[in-house]
Design a binder for this molecule. Structure first.
Ligand code: GLN
Length: 481
């Protein structure tokens, strides 16, 4: 049977395995062929694992024995900053050249239990810093819809792998939009859970108070299945939510919308006045109309402090990242560039090992945290973060969801913004707030815009209150039905 990688879903693949229409080995082979044909141009995979077919064979044995679950034999791509024991992990950085993970991330342990097939590790912006994948030490990821354009970032490899039919779904990480923005640029679903829903153990830390592992897939159901398998309390990450929270998070219906019997979508239009592509805005209004037609109530909301989100994010994130990245000194992990003494070792390793954007953020972060500036910047940013949180708490008393575009622009040209970091940061305007506030958010494909004869995907973003993750999948399914 010919497998149609464009329409296949986790459930349809599972059914086919159980019915014996094709095997996990055959499915893995189909993906490997697709990758062999496309990856040379797209550059999504940094490494395709040599044992993919062996993993699939083991999955087939489980299925045959009647022990297979929904995810058994499902081929998944993994971002290069998530550890799989015994395999290379490099965060697309030269400083981690040769580093082999000594343990599994908790998310990976849980997927291994399900019998998932790990296809390979995928490209990203170095240490997840960026929004275009141009900051990878291994070259940008090209957008499968238009190869002259970026895939988005920092999980560009994850989104492009799914969009080029090189994996059924993928894991990414999201600190300020890195799952949602590339998903929107590549026309797939990207989901960032409530902070603490998935363990960060084994995810290389960038901004610890913001980071979450997220899922990327062709549809909301696949993204949800993958999420459900990974979510849950973990003793190795004290910020994970207690088990008691997971009835609400994983259940297929949000307790919120079910209990209240209403589905009310709030739109902060006051925040959509500047710097948004007119086609993105038109697509957004059409998406709002679609939700209205589906029976959702649409109301205007005010989030008085949301305009400070980007400034707050670009203080907190580099501060936390500069501290987290201090561990990469050439001694503990990865590549060492030797100098004449220990200090010279550090300086050479970090100067040659880190790329330009990572060095920029380490410098910003160290400045922000230095004596005298800590209170002026870091402490102040955290105070404003609390105000933004309070705005969201207030809004969620009235509405079930908040809807915005995912990105103010569609995928841009490779090189178009890379020399202007501020322009690049501005494109994160709609995504960073969910990380600051900790709420779950999903990017849903909402149509296309034609540019230079190519159809470029657009996306909308839905945010929900903390722990209402399941309601996001529900409303994404409504929209995509
Ligand atoms: N684009 C944002 C940044 O550069 C988000 C990155 C992320 O979520 N990892 O910081």
């Amino acid at each position: 049977m010919k497998i149609d990688l464009k329409t296949i879903t986790i459930r349809s693949a599972h059914d086919a395995f159980v019915k014996g229409e094709y095997t996990a080995v055959e499915l893995a082979q189909a993906y490997l062929e697709e990758i062999a044909a496309k990856n040379g141009r797209i550059n999504a995979y940094l490494e395709v694992f040599a044992d993919v077919l062996e993993q699939a064979k083991a999955a087939d044995a489980l299925i045959k024995a009647g022990k297979g679950g929904l995810l058994t034999g499902i081929p998944i791509a993994v971002k290069d900053n998530i550890l799989i024991k015994g395999r290379r992990a490099g965060a697309a950085s030269k400083i981690l050249e040769g580093y082999v993970a000594p343990y599994d991330a908790t998310a990976i342990t849980r997927l291994k239990k399900e019998g998932v097939v790990f296809v390979g590790r995928v490209n990203m912006d170095e240490f997840a810093m960026g929004g275009s994948n141009e900051n990878s030490a291994y070259g940008p990821v090209r957008n499968p819809h238009d190869e002259s354009r970026v895939s988005g970032g920092s999980s560009g490899g994850s989104a492009a792998a799914v969009a080029m039919f090189g994996a059924l779904a993928a894991l990414g990480s999201d600190t300020g939009g890195s799952v949602r923005q590339p998903a929107s640029f590549c026309g797939v679903v990207g989901f960032k859970p409530t902070y603490g829903a998935i363990s960060r153990y084994g995810l290389m830390a960038m901004g610890s108070s913001l980071d979450q592992i997220g899922t990327i897939a062709k549809n909301a159901d696949d993204a949800q299945i993958l999420f459900n398998a990974m979510a849950g309390h973990d003793e190795y990450d004290s910020t994970t939510l207690p088990e008691s929270a997971f009835g609400g998070i994983k259940a297929s219906d949000s307790p919120l919308s079910v209990a209240s019997g209403k589905k009310c979508v709030g739109i902060p239009r006051h925040f959509m006045k500047q710097g948004i592509d007119t086609e993105v805005l038109a697509n957004f209004e059409a998406s709002v109309a679609r939700y209205k037609k589906l029976g959702y109530e649409i109301v205007e909301i005010e989030l008085p402090n949301i305009e400070y989100s980007l400034a707050v994010y670009y203080v907190i994130m580099p501060a936390e990242a500069s501290s987290n990245l201090s561990r990469f000194d050439g001694v503990k992990y990865g590549a060492l560039k030797e100098g004449n003494d220990l200090l010279a070792d550090y300086l050479r390793t970090r100067t040659e090992g880190f790329g330009k954007e990572v060095r920029r953020r380490i410098m910003m972060g160290n400045y922000i945290l230095s004596s005298g500036y800590y209170d002026a910047y870091y402490a102040k940013a955290n105070l404003v973060r609390d105000l933004i949180k309070a705005d969201f708490d207030e809004a969620f008393k009235k509405v079930d969801f908040i809807l915005t575009p995912t990105s103010p622009v569609p995928a841009f040209k490779i090189g178009e913004k890379s020399s202007d970091p501020l322009q690049m940061y501005l494109a994160d305007i709609f995504t960073v707030t969910a990380n600051l506030v900790g709420v779950p958010a999903i990017s849903i494909p909402s149509g296309f815009v034609e540019k230079e004869g190519k159809q470029l995907p657009l996306g909308i973003q839905l945010m929900a209150p903390c722990k209402a993750d399941a309601s996001l999948f529900h409303s994404a399914k409504d929209f995509l039905a």
